[in-house]
Design a binder for this molecule. Sequence first.
Ligand code: PAF
Length: 280
Amino acid sequence: MEIIAGTAQLREFVANARRSGKRVAFVPTMGNLHEGHLTLARDACKHGGLVVASIFVNRLQFAPDEDFDRYPRTFEADCRGLASCGVDVLFAPDEQTLYPQPQTYRIQPPALADDLEGSFRPGFFHGVCTVVAKLFNMVQPDVALFGKKDYQQLMIVSDMVRQLAMPVEIIRGETVRAADGLALSSRNGYLSPKDRERAPALYAELSQLAAALKAGRRDYAALESSICHNLLEKQWQVDYVAVRKQSDLQSPSQTDGALVILAAARLGTTRLIDNLEVWL
Ligand code: PAF
């Protein structure tokens, strides 16, 4: 695996691969890779003759009071993981390469970016869209892979690509879970051993809500509050539990059949998000 820090070198590498007829598949990450990322990297090998992954902890998507400084950085282990998955190029730019000047031109995503995650993390999706657009310009991939674990991010990035006619196909990767159901996330590492034991409750509650929907209940607001209540009783602090349509993340009608339940809640100081798709 080639580790490249500069844009010119990256472009040359990608251009050579293209000249030899290869499609370019891209997996953007912020590092501290787990099996969810590595599954995306392995899938990428099925979609491109040249597989590029990136590691860049994007300051623009962190609010000043968030965990940018303590976000786990595990570069050596990440390199070993990506190489073992068949990744050809790791693009690992420093801040100066990504943002040589203050990034005053930014992507302004639509209202969906201020809902759910966006209402608790103002500016988060502006930062995500801006860095993803910029990474796409640098890597120029044919396909890019994003995990469903960050469901709203996947939807917002897909819409951005469509509306701005970016020539990139977005591929969705399934959420990878630990044996007890907890969705893998770089932030799981912040959990104390005791909180790690309690963390699968989030997925368990989403599964319970999914079962109620499948059993025919359509009183979405009541179902959402009962899950919030259950989590609060288990000492979680809940940001949101929301039943939405898979197609646009808006509130569903009584007859919509492709739904997704999204949640964000905190155990101690660790904020976890998860979601579960349901077909009725
Ligand atoms: O999902 C992530 O890790 C980040 O939001 C992404 C897409 C790499 C942009 O920084």
